[in-house]
Design a protein. Structure first.
Length: 201
């Protein structure tokens, strides 16, 4: 008699958690400069305390330099300053790693590219979830289902005056994609989707 109510409550709670997670990812992404190493991937590198301190210093410097670049007048100046800041950051970040950690980082970043349509943060979390070949095939099916609409929205966003409205629609599509993917993940893999909400060390 009470089972349907419990099931409905569970589904509602799961839906709310997913919505909050995606919103949190979007807010965090808005604060982070483009090119900063994803938290989910960094967390897999097993950094020492000394390395974490160096990574934090690199993150802070990159954030400050990106903020300064955003204050420049012309788009050309902004692009050049942002590119210089990103290159300096990547060099400082990799300098903090061992050769083995650098190889692991490159491998994770390459895998994250396979899930780029989910967005940078969710894509990086997919990369560390340890998907099987069968699961990866299902992810491709989900991506193919939503890709036409995503491409349409992204193309429209380039010319739109209200870019935030279109970005909200893009996030909505990505949220639907994640909901479908979560259906075939194990409980342990689903935990990876919470790692991106933790503060970058």
């Amino acid at each position: 008699m009470h089972v349907p109510n419990r099931v409905a409550a569970s589904l509602l709670a799961g839906s709310l958690m997913l919505s909050l997670a995606v919103a949190s990812f979007a807010q965090a992404q808005a604060r982070r400069p483009t090119g900063m190493m994803p938290t989910a991937i960094v967390s897999k590198l097993s950094l020492t305390d000394e390395q974490k301190a160096k990574v934090k210093a690199a993150n802070d410097a990159f954030q400050a330099e990106s903020d300064e670049a955003a204050k420049l007048t012309t788009p050309k100046e902004k692009r050049a300053a942002s590119r210089a800041a990103r290159e300096k950051y990547e060099s400082a970040f990799k300098a903090a790693l061992t050769p083995d950690q650098q190889k692991q980082l490159d491998a994770l970043l390459n895998e994250a590219k396979e899930y780029k349509d989910f967005g940078p943060m969710l894509g990086s979390q997919m990369a560390v979830a340890g998907l099987t070949a069968e699961q990866k095939a299902k992810v491709k099916e989900v991506t193919a289902k939503y890709l036409p609409e995503l491409d349409k929205l992204r193309a429209a966003q380039k010319e739109a005056t209200d870019k935030q409205a279109l970005q909200a629609q893009i996030r909505e599509q990505q949220q639907k994609m994640v909901a479908e993917v979560r259906a075939f993940l194990t409980p342990e893999q689903q935990k990876a989707f919470g790692s991106g909400r933790k503060k970058q060390q």
